[in-house]
Design a protein around this ligand. Structure first.
Ligand code: ZN
Length: 637
């Protein structure tokens, strides 16, 4: 298979363009006609029909494998079904590649100018009776050997006639439920999902006098789900303004926040250049429940930040000419870590979070990594390099194995960088200067620029001279105490402490949210070293912690504490009691049908993380989280 040259920096763009032009000449000029139909929403089946111009001879087709933003080869090839390829009604045999399951080989007969490709895709986690999300990489095959930006597709969608819809794609015709979009290159198509639904609302967030439109598009399972308050809308308007004040640029024509509010679809977000595919954890209650709205508060700011950091500016080896070439994920500490840092700062600057919520969230994350023994053997750089193993990994022993730590440990890393710039420059410069410098090139363009580790070091040095290379290597390659994990918090004038009362943020995580680094549960990792489901099932055990030493393991079920039937409340009362009477906790647990009492030696009491001020030190967090004046340069905040 032909290998495409990697872009090694903005200067290499010209090479890439000429390469694209020569490739364009070798494939038919007509676009692939791609039609995706959803005849019965309750059945959640997408029917795919592609009409692909071809020439006679050997042809290789790919199903998208490495999906940008997914950071791994997770295209759902195991789910697609019913593949039939034909020409003029005659079946053409195809063969799956024996090594790469995403690859299909066929021979186009002489005289055939176009083939019909049909298959079905059960989109069980994106469709409900009343709404849908379409990610085009699930529903298209494309040609091997040609960069995706040189393969034109003309997409159409057939959905219930009374549904509204939104996408960064441009509509050319809308008749009943049939929507035809303007042809786009295949990489742009994959970057442009569609949401649609019976309960649909579009809110214009465009600032006054801006020719560039930003829309908040909502689809929900029911009418109340998309009821958003004027105050909440005002906060999203502020998000747009604060992002402009931070980045001094935009890398889209228009931008769509595509927000799905469902209790039945998958949750999370996926970034795109000109839109984001946002699925609230709070589902239909995101806007109506204050705890949900807090936990989902940073979702849109995070994915919006990615339009600059990740989509427009991208670590070079995360850029590939098609979805088949492997992505190298080593620089996710920048792609994701900086996005968490800037996205969460924008969450506060726009009013979606109070500074207190930010401090509570960061305290919780800092405590989590301070209780992450896996940092003793595994440097962050190995976690990023093997990122594709971290997303679906088991929760049990994840504190020793490590998981997607580059997001939130990455936030602590960039806080350390920001506060170091502030300290060295005597508060004249900050990471805002870096953001403006790094992301504002080619304003208005959404052609990806790639960057290297050395480019980050150079951009930091241009803001504030320092040995950033050694600093970054020390953090990324170091283990254990070699990593100054809490240095950013302390330099910002704050300190991580533990009390016996959880923050509002941590309470919300336990009450209604999935735990940030693991699914929903009761986090007693900082005390007895257990992460539990509310019914007492053990999800994780802190490596070499008190519960570990007693012999407890993930997968066991706690039945009783000190002879009383298990409840979360009882566990906490028992931990408090042990602090007083210094007696070990007797935990009765069942595993593999065997019940046994485990003796846990712990008398340190309940421990929940908070940030408190360091007396006398300047408060950088106050500066970092303060809203920026519109059009302000970073120096003047
Ligand atoms: Zn992200």
């Amino acid at each position: 298979m032909k290998r495409w040259p990697l872009l090694l920096g903005a200067a290499a763009l010209a090479t890439s363009v000429s390469c694209m032009a020569s490739a364009e000449a070798s494939i038919p000029a007509r676009p692939v006609q791609l039609t995706v139909e959803l005849p019965q929403p309750a059945q959640k089946l997408l029917y795919v029909h592609e009409v692909m111009p071809v020439e006679a001879g050997a042809l290789t087709l790919y199903y998208p494998k490495y999906i940008p933003g997914d950071h791994g080869p997770d295209g759902p090839i195991d789910t697609m079904m019913g593949l039939q390829i034909s020409a003029g009604g005659k079946r053409i045999a195809w063969q799956r590649d024996a090594v790469d399951m995403f690859t299909f080989h066929l021979v186009v007969p002489q005289g055939v100018k176009q083939i019909d490709i049909r298959f079905q895709f059960p989109e069980s986690r994106r469709i409900t009776s009343n709404l849908m999300g379409v990610t085009w990489d699930h529903v298209a095959l494309y040609r091997a050997g040609v960069p995706t930006k040189a393969q034109m597709f003309q997409p159409s969608l057939v959905i219930p006639a009374d549904w509204g819809y939104a996408s960064a794609l441009e509509t050319v015709a809308h008749d009943g439920g049939r929507i035809s979009f303007r042809p786009v290159p295949f990489n742009t198509l994959v970057d442009s999902p569609v949401i649609a639904g019976k309960y649909f609302r579009q809110i214009d967030l465009t600032p006054a006098n801006s020719p560039v439109h930003r829309y908040l598009d909502l689809v929900g399972d029911d009418a109340p789900a998309i009821e958003i308050s004027p105050a909440q809308i005002a906060q999203y308007r502020q998000l747009v303004l604060q992002a402009q004040a931070l980045f001094h640029s935009h890398h889209y024509n228009d931008y769509h926040f595509l927000l799905t509010l469902s209790d039945h679809t998958s949750t999370g977000g996926l970034e795109h250049h000109r839109s984001s595919d946002d699925r609230a954890r709070g589902g239909t209650h995101m806007f109506s429940d204050t705890e949900h709205f807090m936990l989902d508060g940073s979702l849109l700011p995070h994915e919006y930040t990615h339009s600059w950091n990740g989509k427009f500016m991208r670590p070079d080896q995360l850029w590939q000419p098609d979805f088949e070439q492997p992505e190298h994920t080593t620089m996710l500490w920048s792609y994701e870590g900086l996005t968490v840092y800037l996205g969460d700062a924008l969450t506060v600057r726009s009013g979606l979070w109070s500074p207190q919520v930010w401090r509570d969230a960061v305290a919780y994350r800092a405590a989590t990594f301070a209780h992450r023994p896996g940092r003793e053997w595994r440097p962050l750089t190995d976690v990023t390099t093997a990122a594709q193993l971290t997303y679906g990994g088991p929760q049990g022993w994840s504190n020793w194995r490590r998981t997607t730590d580059f997001y939130r440990e990455g936030q602590l890393l960039w806080l350390a960088i920001d506060t170091q710039i502030r300290a060295l420059s005597h508060e004249h410069r900050s990471l805002d200067d870096f953001a403006q410098r790094f992301f504002s090139v080619d304003d208005g363009s959404y052609v990806t620029h790639t960057y290297t580790f050395d480019d980050v070091v150079a951009a930091l040095n241009a803001v504030q001279p320092y040995d950033w290379g050694s600093f970054l290597h020390g953090w990324l390659d170091g283990v254990g105490d070699e990593v100054p994990l809490l240095s950013g918090i302390e330099r910002s004038g704050w300190r991580l402490v533990y009390t016996d009362t959880p923050s509002r943020y941590q309470k919300a995580l336990e009450n209604v949210g999935e735990g940030e680094l693991s699914p929903m549960g009761v986090d007693e990792m900082f005390s007895v070293g257990l992460f539990l489901k509310s019914d007492g099932r053990i999800a994780d055990v802190l490596w070499q912690g008190p519960a570990f030493k007693a012999g407890l393991a993930p997968g066991m079920q706690l039945l009783a504490i000190n002879g009383q039937q298990y409840s979360t409340d009882l566990l906490r009362r028992a931990i408090k009691q042990a602090q007083q009477d210094k007696k070990p906790l007797q935990m009765r647990a069942q595993g593999d049908g065997v019940t046994q009492v485990y003796t846990v030696h712990y008398d340190g009491g309940l421990k929940y993380p908070h940030l408190v001020r360091l007396p006398g030190a300047p408060d950088y967090l106050d500066q970092i989280l303060a809203p920026r004046a519109e059009n302000a340069t970073p120096k003047h905040h």
